[in-house]
Design a protein around this ligand. Structure first.
Ligand code: PLP
Length: 300
């Protein structure tokens, strides 16, 4: 990793993370010993769903939205989490308390179809009930400069293949997109939809700003990001024109600003796309304003 390396999920080094306790199926286990079976459906097949959540000042931001999305995704893949919302939140809190975290923490809560009887795909072979794991880290985003994106051939596709709204364990499509972007000299991938309109990135939602208007994709082909929804909400509440619409790379290269959204980084400026500098190449005034409004919403 060079100093110039930037990615949307880089965090400051924190020595406390070496000694974390990881929640694995109800037991808090030191990080070095935390394990799942090699027969686990998640390890073997990417068969599971997950949520990324952030702790700000003692509270999990938009916890209800994350729980709604988790249970909706589990239902969609016919996975019984085996616990109700209260029990999932209790596990989250148990992990937080065990690790002495009060703010600036990030949780990855994962639920898979569990341990399989045989090393094959059929979901009926997952016989032991779900596996649930919570990794929680001390985490402060560290993004040394605006992100560079490259457009890649990989799409987040139609809902009848792997619905792009699912936060599935298997991220291979997005990983391939990210690899292609890195090979092209960028940090992350800008992914189009099946019609060629600008859609999303491999790990975040995508917005542009043109003449004071904020544009993002229709939402049909991207992750139903909670940060994306909150950005739209704060724009609407504060008189910033915001549109979910189709737009192309021409509109994107010519934008005044571009930024990414995700729970981890909130709003991350994009400086360059396919070698074209976007606006000044730096954090723009509209993005900065939205950042402030989002921060206030989290605090509220
Ligand atoms: C592909 C993709 N897009 C966008 C997001 C951002 O979603 P959120 O704002 O809910 O963190 C994620 C996060 O998991 C993601 O994996």
């Amino acid at each position: 990793m060079t100093d110039d390396h930037a990615a949307t999920h880089e965090a400051e080094e924190d020595a406390r993370n070496a000694e974390l306790l990881i929640w694995v199926d109800g037991r808090l286990t030191p990080r070095a010993e935390a394990k799942v079976s090699v027969y686990d459906s998640g390890f073997m097949l990417g068969d599971g769903v997950w949520e990324g959540m952030r702790l700000y000042d003692g509270r999990w931001a938009f916890l209800d939205d994350h729980m709604d999305r988790l249970f909706e995704a589990a239902k969609a893949i016919d996975l019984d989490i085996g616990r109700d919302r209260g029990a999932v939140i209790a596990a989250l809190e148990e992990t937080r308390e065990a690790n002495g975290m009060t703010t600036d923490a990030h949780a990855r809560l994962m639920v898979t179809r569990g341990v399989k009887r045989l090393p094959f795909q059929h979901p009926r072979l997952s016989v032991q009930g779900p596996t649930m794991v919570i990794i929680m880290e001390h985490s402060k985003p560290r993004i040394p400069r605006p992100i560079r994106l490259a457009t890649v051939p990989h799409l987040r596709g139609l809902p009848m293949t792997q619905d792009p709204k699912l936060n599935s364990h298997s991220k291979l499509n997005c990983i391939l997109a990210c690899i292609a972007a890195e090979k092209a000299g960028a940090d992350e991938a800008l992914m189009l939809d099946v019609h060629g309109f600008v859609n999303t990135t491999n790990a975040c939602n995508f917005f542009i700003v043109r003449k004071g208007e904020v544009w993002t994709s229709t939402g049909d082909y991207c992750m139903n990001g909670i940060t994306r929804a909150k950005v739209i909400e704060v724009c609407r509440a504060n008189g910033i024109p915001v549109f979910e619409r189709n737009f192309s790379l021409v509109d994107t290269y010519g934008a005044d600003e571009a930024f990414l959204t995700g729970t981890f980084g909130a709003q991350t400026p994009v400086g360059e796309i396919d070698g074209r500098v976007i606006g000044t190449g730096q954090l723009g005034p509209v993005t900065e304003r939205i950042r402030g409004l989002y921060k206030a919403l989290v605090a509220a």
